[in-house]
Design a protein around this ligand. Structure first.
Ligand SMILES: Nc1ncnc2c1ncn2[C@@H]1O[C@H](COP(=O)(O)OP(=O)(O)OP(=O)(O)O)[C@@H](O)[C@H]1O
Ligand SMILES: [Mg+2]
Length: 309
């Protein structure tokens, strides 16, 4: 019952929000890697909920679970029984991703699940001559089938994450509002620079997302200020608050947006999706000056606020 109810919520949110989509769909998917070598900063939570919110506005979304922990897979309710093959088979065995996809309980959202053998991939990849290009190649045939492809990276800067950075158009970095946040960030930025120089010149910084923000904690504000000072407009306006409903949702195999649509965590992730859509509209408009942006009196923000009010 809960399942049906959740699906309906998304569908309703999706149809109402579809109106906010004013630019023609891109012919090619935007591939965004969610990366930070620091563990537990909200990469998977963001991947799941950003994917869900984008799917709710009828964007065709693929979520790639590139982490052997398989948290994105289980967090979307995909059980061990139905995932015999996944990211490992795409990377190491060369099986087309189209043959490995699992549908999720969210309409318009497909998942390339992680299986336990992905744990060995980090070592096995070493023996491939083009070890950093495997995901990029595997994704190529899918570009026209999706609007967004999100890649949930493991908490390490190893070969799996390198494959994500080489295969992606951009990186979205969740940063937990805590003391060592900036230290980890500069290491990640250096890695991104290196990847740009060696393998993927087009790689962009999609944005930096402040996560687990607690405004009662002064340190959170200090860290947030520091990150905004260093990265300016690249930091999303919406911080994701620390919210118990967000941490409960994975044990129910659901994105928080379906688990409790009205909690502050869900609202924040819907706001984030709205920011990403706005960002993409601006990028597409800059790329193709002839694309007509339909006149609308409602920005995604105001639409979303109406829906979740
Ligand atoms: N905003 C939040 N409020 C409360 N709990 C959160 C929030 N975001 C994430 N969590 C919880 O924190 C833990 C770590 O989150 P998550 O798994 O998304 O991080 P991660 O960066 O993917 O971790 P890893 O590096 O291990 O892959 C999870 O238990 C998750 O439910
Ligand atoms: Mg994770």
């Amino acid at each position: 019952m809960q399942h049906n109810k959740s699906t309906t919520n998304t569908t309703e949110t999706g149809s109402a929000l579809a109106a906010a989509s004013t630019v023609q769909p891109p012919a090619s998917a935007r591939i965004i890697a969610l990366a930070n070598q620091k563990g537990g900063v909200g990469k998977t939570t963001t991947a799941i909920n950003l994917a869900t919110a984008l799917a709710a506005v009828k964007k065709r979304v693929l979520l790639i679970d590139l982490d052997p922990q398989a948290n994105a897979t289980t967090g979307l309710g995909i059980s061990h029984r139905i995932r015999e093959q996944g990211t490992y088979s795409a990377l190491i065995e060369g099986i087309p991703i189209q043959d490995l996809l699992c549908p999720s309980l969210v309409p318009h959202l497909d998942v390339l699940p992680a299986t336990t053998n992905l744990l060995g991939a980090e070592l096995e990849l070493v023996s491939f001559a083009t070890r950093e290009q495997l995901l990029r190649r595997a994704l190529m045939p899918l570009r026209s089938s999706y609007d967004y492809i999100l890649i949930d990276c493991p908490p390490a800067l190893g070969l799996l994450t390198l494959n994500a950075l080489v295969g992606a158009d951009s990186v979205l970095i969740p940063v937990q509002c805590e003391y060592y946040a900036l230290e980890g960030l500069s290491q990640l930025m250096r890695t991104i620079e290196r990847v740009r120089g060696l393998f993927n010149r087009a790689l962009e910084l999609q944005g930096i997302l402040l996560t687990m923000y607690d405004r009662r904690n002064n340190l959170c504000d200090v860290v947030a200020e520091d990150v905004r000072h260093h990265f300016g407009a690249k930091v999303y306006t919406t911080p994701i608050p620390r919210n118990i409903r967000i941490s409960e949702a994975p044990s129910h195999g659901k994105p928080v947006i379906l688990y409790d649509t009205k909690c502050v965590g869900s609202k924040a992730y819907i706001e984030l999706a709205s920011e990403v859509l706005t960002q993409e509209k601006a990028r597409l408009a800059a790329m193709k000056p002839h694309v007509t942006i339909a006149a609308t009196d409602q920005t995604p923000h105001t639409l979303i606020n109406k829906i979740i009010a």
